[in-house]
Design a protein around this ligand. Structure first.
Ligand code: KIV
Length: 267
């Protein structure tokens, strides 16, 4: 398998071959995801909740994102690595947005960045692209605006917000994004956008008509304790086996059964 490029991702839409994208936040899981043949590894700012234990993605900083993106880039041979721009790394000004986006490529080793928003960030997206930085859009439910949305709620259910999301998608395509993540929107709207724009759409909680699907890796693996949203399919339940293995280690040490003779260096 050879290195996946942005033209490869664009071609998938015309070929009708679905795109797969998963998050990874460190070298070990990046290698595993890459070895499984996933097309795009997203260093998502979801690391704020999944790795750092915050309630939202808002506190995540640029330096933290670069740190994780470096680890992921070192683990990936074939997939396209995309770095997620954290809250307030691009909203304040075009210059700040371009400089921070550039850090993902220069320091993080990513091939592209992902930006949440549409009309509100379009000047920043255009400037990044014209500086040579490939951008993935993100429309619909935007976790960085959780306080404006009043929680992680499905977006685009009424006519006005559906039209806003549709127009954001058109605007992002026009600005030159190479793919569009659509999060938490009704499948009808996702189908309409996917059928209208020429760039691939990648859904999460957006139904089956998107050109690809993305999931948070730890959701898919069943590593997280909390109840999962409706759109998550758990392909494994690794949390319990992990706890059980660690419990057994503790019991063996406490009971004097570890290390055994075979696990000991004898002179
Ligand atoms: O941060 C993230 O993991 C994401 C995906 C859920 C698309 O933005």
């Amino acid at each position: 398998m050879s290195k996946i490029t942005i033209p490869d991702i664009l071609k998938r839409k015309t070929e009708g071959k679905k795109i797969t994208m998963l998050t990874a936040y460190d070298h070990l899981f990046a290698r595993i995801v890459d070895e499984a043949g996933i097309d795009i590894v997203l260093v998502g700012d979801s690391l704020g909740t999944v790795i750092q234990g915050y309630a939202t993605t808002i506190p995540v900083t640029m330096d933290e994102m670069i740190y994780h993106t470096r680890m992921v880039s070192r683990g990936v041979k074939n997939a396209l690595v995309v770095g997620d721009m954290p809250f307030l790394s691009y909203q304040a000004s075009v210059e700040e947005g371009v400089r921070n986006a550039g850090r993902f490529l220069k320091e993080g080793g990513a091939a592209a960045v992902k930006v949440e928003g549409g009309a509100n960030v379009i000047d920043k997206v255009r400037a990044m692209i014209s500086s040579g930085i490939p951008v993935m859009g993100h429309a619909g439910l935007l976790p960085q605006t959780i306080h404006q949305m009043g929680g992680y709620k499905v977006q685009g259910k009424d006519e006005v917000s559906a039209e806003r999301i549709f127009n954001d998608a058109l605007m992002l395509e026009d600005a030159g994004v190479f793919a569009l993540v659509m999060e938490g929107i009704p499948e009808g709207l996702a189908k309409k956008i996917t059928g209208t724009i020429a760039i691939p759409t990648i859904g999460i909680g957006a139904g089956s008509h998107c050109d690809g699907q993305v999931m948070v890796l730890y959701d898919l693996l069943g590593l997280l304790p909390q109840p999962m949203p409706k759109f998550v399919r758990q392909y494994a339940s690794l949390r319990e086996p992990c706890i059980e293995a660690i419990r057994k280690f503790r019991e063996d040490v406490e009971g004097g059964r570890f290390p055994g003779s075979d696990e000991t260096y004898h002179s």
